[in-house]
Write a protein that binds this ligand. Structure first.
Ligand code: ZN
Length: 175
């Protein structure tokens, strides 16, 4: 399977509002292949990927949360989000370090709502309404932001927390 080419910050596609997907398109072999390729692209390197990050300005993102050694509280989960929308953000927020596959080797602390209510279509074209909390809620917010041209650095309140992944593992992860 050909490797998807990732886009990086500075690329205008990451700043565009991505286009809605027609529900008819979901059933096509090309679309199913794209979803499979996106899951393949994040295997072992990330927990989520939005289509603009592979140069496609459409409202599609995949989430694949695998067991994280430093986060025993995180439940493994897989999601395909088609035309997702956040219906409700909790007032309560929490700051946590994030990275992004469009920012190789960069981390920064981002305040996000601790829970969100999300509406999306899954890979079968079924409408889903889900309330996510904790880590999953943050991944939903990060990926859906991508579809609206918003990057995690835009959400940062303290730019002094921006650091390389190397400094992050030295100073934050192994604290
Ligand atoms: Zn990202």
């Amino acid at each position: 399977m050909p490797i998807l080419k990732r886009t990086h910050f500075g690329n205008p596609i990451l700043r565009k509002k991505a286009k809605e997907i027609s529900l008819r398109e979901i059933t096509t072999p090309a679309f199913k292949k794209l979803v499979r390729q996106m899951f393949g692209a994040i295997q072992n390197i990330g927990v989520g990927l939005a289509a603009p990050q592979i140069g496609k300005s459409i409202r599609l993102a995949v989430i694949d949360i695998h067991p994280l050694p430093h986060r025993p509280d995180v439940t493994p989960i897989k999601r395909v989000l088609i035309n997702p929308e956040i219906l409700k953000y909790s007032k309560e927020t929490e700051s946590e370090y994030e990275g992004c596959l469009s920012f190789d080797g960069v981390r920064g602390s981002v305040p996000r709502s601790t829970s969100v209510k999300v509406c999306y279509y899954n890979e079968k074209g079924e409408k889903c309404i889900e309330t996510a909390v904790g880590f999953l809620a943050k991944v939903f917010q990060h990926e859906i932001d991508h579809l609206n041209g918003v990057l995690f650095v835009d959400r940062m309140k303290d730019m002094k927390t921006l650091m390389t992944a190397q400094e992050y593992s030295k100073r934050i992860l192994n604290q």
